[in-house]
Ligand binder design. Structure first.
Ligand SMILES: Nc1ncnc2c1ncn2[C@@H]1O[C@H](COP(=O)(O)OP(=O)(O)OP(=O)(O)O)[C@@H](O)[C@H]1O
Ligand SMILES: [Mg+2]
Length: 213
């Protein structure tokens, strides 16, 4: 069986991790082998970069926008080269919590980075790999913030990017929607404001009806 690469995108608190957890047993019930991974991260080195990029906090030194962008790209190159490619070649479904579109939405659209350059950098990092399907979980930033501030796992503590203003997160959302308009075949948008079961049904429908799972 051929590998199949699914990425989950959307703002903090949209329910990406929740939906991936719900999709895992469904894939197993279909007899598909899968792995779940995340960005930034996914390999030991990439996870170290994740820790820096999410939690580096030193009042004497800010993380410069270009540094942030390059750290994400470095983590991604490592992740694709040593993990994702191998699992896809082995015929598995790869579920990835965030991927290239996050960099475009956050470092590109929200931080006013150079979109063309980020596209080229993404392409360089992933050596041309593209998700077969991207689920964009669309949610107003205020709802995402509300959800993560009650999240038991992190006890409401926000990381460096989560701590950005609502205005920043609105730009992230608009960036994602623009990406969905530009890539209608790959990116499927689901309304993430509903309950987890309804969203899960939408995602399964996409996989069954459009990808013959
Ligand atoms: N559809 C939903 N409706 C209400 N609450 C939800 C829904 N989906 C997830 N939640 C809850 O909201 C919080 C955030 O969900 P989750 O961690 O899955 O989001 P996420 O998109 O992975 O966020 P992040 O980008 O911060 O990792 C969790 O406490 C989760 O239980
Ligand atoms: Mg998550």
């Amino acid at each position: 069986m051929e590998g199949f690469f699914i990425t989950f995108e959307g703002p903090e608190g949209a329910g990406k991790t929740t939906q991936i957890k719900m999709l895992e047993p469904w894939l197993a019930s279909k007899g598909r082998q899968y792995i779940t991974t995340r960005e930034p991260g996914g390999t030991p080195l990439a996870e170290k970069i994740r820790d820096v990029v999410k939690h580096y906090n030193n009042s004497g030194e800010q993380v410069y926008d270009k540094t942030e962008l390059l750290l994400f790209a470095a983590s991604r190159a490592q992740h694709v080269h040593f993990l994702i490619r191998r699992e896809l070649d082995a015929g598995k479904v790869v579920l990835c919590d965030r991927f290239t579109d996050s960099t475009l939405a956050y470092q590109g659209y929200a931080r006013n980075g150079n979109i063309k350059f980020i596209e080229a950098l993404n392409h360089y990092a992933v050596e041309g790999l593209k998700p077969n399907l991207t689920i964009l979980m669309d949610l107003p930033p205020s709802s995402g913030r509300e959800r993560t501030s009650h999240r038991p796992e992190t006890q409401g503590v926000h990381d460096r990017l989560e701590a950005e203003t609502l205005d920043f997160h609105e730009k992230v959302r608009q960036g994602y929607l623009e990406l969905a308009r530009k890539n209608p075949d790959r990116i499927k948008t689901v309304d993430a404001s509903r309950n987890p079961e309804q969203i899960h049904v939408d995602i399964i429908k996409i996989l069954e009806e459009q990808y013959e799972f």
